[in-house]
Design a protein around this ligand. Structure first.
Ligand code: SF4
Length: 340
């Protein structure tokens, strides 16, 4: 067993007491610098019980192998894990920071615009490794901008590693620590329907669906799995979720590619597609990757798309890239090959 993969339920079983489990969780997931060392005692847990936990659990073998800070304050970490490395990103804003975590070494999918896809697939990360990325990055957040949000938008397709992702989500949102709100954790997907179904049934936080096209043909050219799960099936699932969870708001991610998916007609189609879906639309200029002919839509095209979407009643934001100068922006995480 690994320490940062333990839910309060699991701690309760190990420590044979709810009170001790809560005290242990407070220490394990509380704000402190990351360390492989475990103290001999922690407040609120009887020394003998803590000793039992120490003998049965190990601290996850993760460490910062490298890091780079962008001119906008975004920090990208190369995190060494057993058998490989992944990247995590800490994105500070005026009042809060967002931590972007990876769920796999590499990825099982092959989206043509994504640097991670060029790495191939290594292995699924365990929940303790996912949570450890958050704990490590959180310790570096500026005091005026504490880490309050987590997005599963790093390396990997979270729906292809769902057991571990769901455990990590449970840990991140559990009391007394780290105690993130359900609306502060977002799990992204390129559109893996069976995983989305299970996620919506078992988790309470939001999904971010990468739509990236206004037709199945556009999506197919960018994201091969669309052949199995077309747009209407994916959005139908989110529409149904609205009936069960009226307050849950999802995110539709739309990466904008010059001359591919960025016309006013595309925007009008997206407005129609999203009718009845409780979601915000994020427009994201594509971040170029080496060796790819794909380019970001020009600024005026993105703003034109935004105007049509907003006029159609969609809650729409343009997500101008963060951390682009250190390749920490969306779709650029592939340091293992390209160098920090
Ligand atoms: S965009 Fe996401 S799902 Fe697609 S290859 Fe990249 S990491 Fe995998």
């Amino acid at each position: 067993m690994r320490l940062t993969g333990l839910t309060v339920r699991a701690l309760e079983e190990l420590l044979d007491s709810r009170t001790r489990a809560l005290a242990a969780a407070k220490w394990i997931y509380g704000p402190r610098a990351w360390s492989q060392e475990l103290p001999t005692t922690v407040p609120g847990v009887a020394a003998a019980a803590w000793q039992t936990l120490r003998t049965r659990c190990t601290v996850t073998e993760v460490r910062i192998a490298d890091q780079a800070t962008a001119s906008d304050g975004t920090i990208k970490f190369l995190i060494a894990v057993e058998g490989g490395a992944v990247e995590s990103v800490m994105i500070p804003t005026a009042r809060r920071s967002t931590i972007c975590v990876s769920s796999q070494i590499g990825c099982t999918r092959s989206c043509v615009f994504c640097a991670t896809a060029t790495l191939g697939f290594g292995r699924n990360l365990r929940a303790d490794e996912i949570v450890a990325q958050f704990l490590i990055a959180r310790a570096t957040a500026p005091a005026h901008s504490p880490a309050k949000n987590v997005v599963f938008m790093g390396m990997g397709e979270p729906m292809d590693n769902l057991d571990e992702v769901l455990t990590a989500v449970e840990i991140l949102t559990q009391s007394p620590a780290p105690q993130l709100g359900q609306t502060q954790v977002t799990v992204s997907t390129s559109g893996v329907l069976p995983g989305m179904k299970r996620f919506l049934a078992e988790a309470r936080c939001s999904l971010a669906l990468s739509l990236n096209g206004s037709t199945d043909a556009q999506r197919l050219a960018l994201m091969p799995q669309t052949k199995t799960w077309p747009i209407e099936a994916l959005l139908g699932l989110l529409r149904d979720d609205r009936a069960r969870h009226p307050n849950r708001v999802h995110f539709i991610e739309y990466v904008m590619f010059d001359g591919i998916n960025d016309t006013d007609a595309d925007a009008a189609r997206v407005v129609e597609l999203l009718r009845g879906v409780n979601a915000r639309l994020n427009l994201i200029p594509h971040n170029a990757i080496a060796g790819s002919p794909l380019r970001a839509s020009p600024r005026e095209r993105i703003e034109g798309f935004h105007r049509v979407a907003a006029a159609g009643g969609l809650r729409t934001m343009i997500r101008w890239p963060r951390g682009q100068d250190i390749a920490a922006a969306c779709g650029q995480l592939a340091q293992i090959r390209s160098g920090l």
